[in-house]
Design a protein around this ligand. Sequence first.
Ligand code: HEM
Length: 441
Amino acid sequence: MKEFPLIPRSTSLQKTFSFVHNPIPVMYDYINEYGDSFYLYIGGVKKCLVTSNPNIIRHIMQKNHKNYEKSELQTKMLAQYIGKGLLTSEGDYWFRQRRLIQPGFHKNRIKNLVTLIQDVVDTHLEDLEVHRGKTIDVYPKMLEIAFKVIGNALFSSAASDDELETIESAIFRVQQFIIKRVRQPFMQPLYWIRGDMKKYKNLAQEIEEVILGIIRSRKKLNKQPDDLLGMLINTRYEDTGEPMSEEQLLWESNILFVAGHETSANALSWMLYLLAKHKDAAVRLKNEIDSELGDQALSFEVLMKMPYLNAVIMEAMRMYPPAWISDRVSKKEDQIDGHVIPANTMVLALLYHSHHRDEDWQNPLEFNPDRFLKTKNPNAYFPFGAGPRMCIGNNFAMLEMQIFLVQFIKKFNLDLATETDGTYEALITLKPKNGITLQLS
Ligand code: HEM
C-alpha cells in the first residue's frame, strides 16, 4: 500500500497567513510540489487529506459515499447558525428530509417558476437602465437579484423588501464569522472572550424570527401559493403521513436561502465577466437567442433549445466554480488506487483545482464553451458536487442562470472596465474580489 505525501507541519504553519487570505494559489504550490493528493495540517492543527484528483473526489462523494459523511464544519458548526436542514444534517435524518423535499425540485416543478424568476430579473434589469453608457460594478446587483429570486421562489410576495434585506445582511455577517472560525481555529478562545459567539448567535436568531413570522402567517392560508414554501408546507412524510414541524420548515427555508443565494450570484457575475471579455462568445450567444426565441415569450421549452447558452454557463462554472471546495470524513478505513485512507480522515475536495487540471482539460485556462458541446459529462467536473448529496437546487440554479443570461444579453452589450481583472476571493464560495465592473451599452 502507498502513502499519500505529508506536507511538514512547519511548512503549512509558515503558509497559514497566505492560506487564510488566498487558499487557491497556496494549494497550487503544494500540488506542484507534492502531486494532486497529500496530507496537510490545516492551520497547523488538523491533519487532512487534500485532493484535486477527480477519481478520488468521485470515490468519496459518489462511488463509496456510504463510507463518508460531511465534516462537523459543514454540519454541526453551520447548524448552530442556520439550523439542521438538508445542507447541515447527516445520516437517516438527512436521507428522510432529502426524500421528502427532492420532488419539489424536480424539473417539472421548477418549470413553473419561469415567470416568477423572469419577473425578478426583468425588474432588476430595468433598474440597470440608468447605468447604460456608464460603468457599474454588477456584483452587488447580482447578489440582489439572486437573493430576490430565491426569496420570491420561496415565499412568493409574502416577504417584504425590508424583511429580505434583514435576512440578507444577517446571513452575510454570520457567514463572514463562520469563515473566520474555520480558517483560524486557534483564534477560538478569543471569539468566546470577546463575546463574538453570542453576538452571531443573536444575529442568526434575527433571521429566524423574520422567517418564522412568514411561515406562521402562511400556515394559516387554506391554499398555499405555488412556491417552494408552499411545497414544503404541503409535503408529507411517506411513512407517517405527517407534515414537517414549524422548526423544520424554518431550518429548511433558512438553508435554501444560504445555499441558493451567493452561489448563484457568483455564477452570474463570473458569466458576465467572461462574456464581456470574450466578445465572440457573447455575439454567438446573442445569435442563438435571436434565432431560437425571436419574439416569443420565454419558456422552459425554448430554453432547452439553446445548447450554446447551456455551454456558456457550464464553462463559466468550470472556470469559476462558486462552490470551490467541499469536504467529507471517512467512517471506516478505505482504499483507493492502492492508497489507504484511514478511518476518521477529513478529505478536502478541491473542486476548483480539479476543474483546471491539465490531465483532464485541454487548455484549462482558456474560456471555451465549445468543450461542453462536445462532452456532456466530463469526469473532472463538479460544479454541483456529486453523488446523493449533489446540489438539490441544480435545476433551479440552471434555470435562473439561463433566464438571467437571455434577458441580459437581449438588453445590453457589455465591455470590461479597465479595473476589472477577474481576481477571485475564495471564502465559502468563490467570489469576485474587487467586484465586476462593466460598461453597459
Ligand atoms: C450556481 C449555483 C449553485 C451552485 C454552484 C451550488 C453548488 C452546490 C454544491 C457543490 C453542493 C454540494 C456540496 C457537498 O456535497 O458538499 C450543493 C448542495 C446544496 N445546494 Fe446548491 N448550488 C447552487 C445553487 C443552489 C440553489 C439555487 C439552491 C436552492 C434553491 C441550492 C440548495 C442546495 C442544498 C439544499 C444543498 C444541500 C443538499 C444536500 O446535502 O442534500 N443550491 N450546492
